[in-house]
Design a protein around this ligand. Structure first.
Ligand SMILES: Nc1nc2c(ncn2[C@@H]2O[C@H](COP(=O)(O)OP(=O)(O)O[C@H]3O[C@H](CO)[C@@H](O)[C@H](O)[C@@H]3O)[C@@H](O)[C@H]2O)c(=O)[nH]1
Length: 260
């Protein structure tokens, strides 16, 4: 995993055209805060809120924030129903790729991904990496205020995915990441079927298999203070089932290639 050379002119760096995609479902109490923190940290980034028809009015709040921003940095995509994190991101990526953003970022709405740490990811994109993962489980990374049970589920899921897929990543399930647009242009996003949080594993794994440079940087993940996680038993089952299937398909493919 090697990197290229950064440009010297800040305006010519890929991160000068960054779109932060924030998927939302019932995040009314969080959205205004996260957008404000983001623009305080990085005033030039654009935001796309992808709302799945939240009954609590998150979508309307997003429209109000967009209307109130004199710099036109906030955009909103309204989808009719809750269709999962993966589908929301794929729709958001499509929107961003139709425009001239060079970097597309994934960030949760609930403040667990600190906007103040986004520069850590963008610096590595500017240094030449194609996908940069905010990682809780590399040296310097941490998790704050998560119930122990949830942290061990996440740690265990990461160990399982790493072994099943043979990828050298410590936090492949995390949702704070920056993609260079060329990655998303090359991946066949229409073929991605993961709905829940295993979407994160799916995309990182596809990115590695496509030969892109991937890097992890430490982040502090802080449990939300408002609203509720959308994690469910179905999301865990989907992840377990899909990662196991992908691992076996990979092994069978390798055996076939050896025999041929
Ligand atoms: N549009 C849309 N947004 C959704 C949906 N489901 C969840 N979201 C949004 O996606 C973000 C993450 O959801 P949470 O429910 O807050 O995630 P979490 O439990 O804190 O999970 C964290 O850990 C996962 C596993 O490591 C990560 O995959 C995930 O990104 C996040 O970091 C939030 O902004 C939430 O509103 C959906 O179906 N549709």
């Amino acid at each position: 995993m090697t990197a290229g050379t950064p440009g010297d002119d800040p305006d010519l760096r890929p991160s000068a055209r960054t779109l932060v995609i924030i998927p939302t479902y019932n995040e009314r109490d969080n959205l205004g805060i996260i957008v404000e923190r983001l623009h305080a940290a990085l005033p030039n980034v654009h935001v796309l809120v992808v709302d799945d028809g939240s009954p609590d009015g998150t979508g309307q709040l997003a429209d109000e924030l967009a209307d109130a921003d004199p710099n036109g940095r906030i955009h909103v995509m309204h989808r009719t129903a809750k269709n999962g994190l993966g589908a929301a991101y794929i729709a958001g990526f499509g929107w961003g790729l139709d425009r001239d953003y060079s970097v597309l970022v994934e960030m949760d709405a609930d403040g667990s991904h600190a906007p103040e740490q986004l520069h850590r990811l963008l610096d590595q994109i500017d240094a030449g990496y194609d996908l940069v993962l905010g990682s809780r489980y590399v040296a310097g990374g941490s998790v704050v205020n998560w119930p122990k049970r949830r942290e061990w589920l996440s740690r265990g899921g990461n160990v399982y995915a790493r072994l099943a897929l043979g990828v050298p990543l410590r936090d492949i399930t995390g949702g704070y990441r920056a993609y260079r647009r060329t990655v998303l242009e090359k991946l066949d996003l229409d073929a991605v079927e993961s709905h829940g949080y295993c979407f994160q594993v799916d995309l990182a794994w596809r990115t590695i298999r496509s030969g892109f440079n991937v890097r992890e940087v430490p982040i502090t993940f802080t449990e939300r203070e408002r609203g509720e996680s959308k994690m469910s038993g179905n999301i865990v089952r989907e992840a377990l089932w899909k990662v196991t299937q992908w691992g076996w398909h990979q092994r069978i493919d390798k055996l076939r290639r050896k025999k041929a």
